[in-house]
Design a binder for this molecule. Structure first.
Ligand SMILES: Nc1nc2c(ncn2[C@@H]2O[C@H](COP(=O)(O)OP(=O)(O)OP(=O)(O)O)[C@@H](O)[C@H]2O)c(=O)[nH]1
Ligand SMILES: [Mg+2]
Length: 142
């Protein structure tokens, strides 16, 4: 199993995705601090929204194998600076969440690519669409 850190704006579905990947029920709880749930390091959205937390993300990622940059399909902000992923010396994937709400747009994909992702997964924690591909990539069984 690969360990992944989930980074993205507040409310874009990091904790919900983490719950799904851990086969837990979806229970809303705002993330207040970085926390490992088995092989997933869930981070508060505030950490990417505020530059002074970048170091905390970098430090947290040391124990991870993969960096996951998340953007919701219906999110138009460009939260990741270009080349943001290069701060981490690890494989970076993009995860577009909430695909049940709107179709994923070229703009969202381009934004993630500019941040440095090498591959993009499209998922919905609600309908579980796309989760299998992500689980296969992370080598999660079941
Ligand atoms: N429609 C839909 N809603 C989702 C999906 N994933 C999460 N949500 C909803 O989005 C809201 C925020 O989800 P969270 O998973 O808590 O978001 P987060 O990224 O962990 O937020 P922070 O902890 O504040 O950074 C909740 O109301 C979820 O139910 C999804 O795939 N589809
Ligand atoms: Mg959260």
């Amino acid at each position: 199993m690969k360990k992944i850190i989930l980074i993205g704006k507040s409310g874009n579905g990091k904790t919900s995705l983490s719950q799904r990947l851990n086969q837990q029920d979806l229970i809303y709880k705002k993330t207040q601090a970085m926390e490992f749930q088995k092989f997933i390091l869930d981070t508060p959205g505030e950490y990417i929204e505020n530059r002074r937390f970048y170091n905390a993300l970098i430090t947290g990622s040391v124990d991870c194998d993969v960096i996951g940059l998340l953007q919701a399909a219906n999110e138009s902000d460009h939260i990741f600076p270009p080349g943001f992923g290069n701060l981490f010396n690890k494989p970076i994937i993009g995860i577009i969440t909430k695909t049940d709400l709107v179709a994923t747009s070229v703009e969202v994909e381009q934004h993630l690519q500019q941040a440095g992702v090498e591959r993009i997964f499209k998922v919905s924690a609600l309908t579980e669409e796309g989760l299998k591909e992500l689980k296969d990539y992370l080598e999660i069984k079941g």
